[in-house]
Design a protein around this ligand. Structure first.
Ligand code: ZN
Length: 317
């Protein structure tokens, strides 16, 4: 049979999505289950197997030649294991082996979710045509991935480009990762909201204290809300400038819920970038919003699977 498709899994703390994807990145078949994140590892794996079962019920399944997994991290692609922070039942969980067994030994490629989003943005989104790019997800956490020399750069364990946990404040607040002053500790959605509340911002009558509500207040000119976004933008700018100085990227793409905040994030981000990205070879760095939809994780996992084998190559990945 002609094997011109790949299967993809996008595994996060709230849902497990699956798809059959063609060589152009079009999603032909979908399946999804909620992630039973607080249950034991076997129960979480059964939800993955149900998603795979739904895909395998499609007459197109026989055309899949490989399977890509983008998973919440940390992942260890070299060991084939995952330890998603928000899925405590999985620690060093042998996901690759279990998925291979559940699919009749399809080749399996595992990458972290930040790397998957990067693959998708590079293939079809805002980083298309850029040989050196940093793509970030700024939401509950802050993740990312790198394209270097025209190719996805996942690193040995699949986590390269994890910009959320580089320190931009040497003596800053402790981060759950164990370090201090991490980008995530300052710029994630929950930290934007926390800082606004600590400094006197009050939610509206609906009681919404999300970063999206802070963004709405910032757009309306509330100075504490504006300041909280400016501080997040400053942390992101310092992290992006450091990355650009180290590996010479020419574009940084920002997705995730906070990335949708628009000018209340991007205007101070571009101003701060001018303060931190000062050397000649990083001064022209572009910072743009992500273009991919919520399918980015699936499309990126598919790109990794396509890039892994000889028969079909995802152009530009
Ligand atoms: Zn950290």
């Amino acid at each position: 049979m002609h094997t011109d498709l790949v299967a993809a899994l996008d595994i996060g703390g709230t849902k497990i999505a699956g798809a059959l994807v063609d060589g152009d990145g079009a999603i032909l078949v979908r399946a999804q289950r909620p992630t039973p994140a607080q249950q034991d590892g076997g129960t979480v794996m059964r939800a993955v197997e149900e998603v795979l079962g739904d895909l395998a019920a499609s007459p197109l399944w026989g055309r899949a030649r490989a399977l890509g997994i983008g998973s919440a991290g940390p992942v260890d692609a070299s060991a084939g294991t995952v330890s998603p922070v928000n899925v405590p039942g999985w620690r060093d969980y042998p996901l690759v082996e279990r998925v291979r067994a559940a699919t009749g030994n399809l080749p399996v490629e595992l990458i972290g979710d930040g790397v998957a989003i990067t693959a998708a943005e590079h293939w079809q989104g805002a980083a298309r045509g850029h040989d050196n790019a940093l793509c970030m997800v700024v939401s509950t956490g802050v993740g990312g991935g790198l394209v270097l020399g025209g190719r996805l750069h996942p690193g040995p364990t699949g986590n390269a480009g994890h910009i959320g946990h580089i320190s931009v404040d040497l003596d800053g607040d402790p981060c759950p990762c164990g370090a201090r002053g991490c980008v995530e500790r300052i710029a994630s959605g929950p930290n934007i909201a926390r800082r606004a509340l600590e400094n006197g911002w009050l939610p509206g009558p609906d009681g919404d204290t999300s970063a999206a509500a802070v963004a709405a207040a910032a757009r309306a000119g509330h100075p504490v809300a504006v300041a909280s976004f400016e501080r997040a933008a400053q942390a992101l700018a310092a992290g992006i400038a450091a990355t650009a100085t180290l590996v010479e990227i020419d574009i940084a793409v920002i997705g995730g819920g906070v990335g949708k905040a628009g000018d209340v994030l991007f205007a101070p981000l571009r101003r701060s970038l001018a303060d931190y990205a000062t050397l000649s070879f990083v001064r022209n760095l572009a910072v743009v919003p992500a273009q991919m939809s919520t399918d980015a994780g699936l499309v990126g996992a598919a790109a990794a699977a396509l890039a892994s084998g000889p028969e079909v190559t995802a152009a530009g990945v």
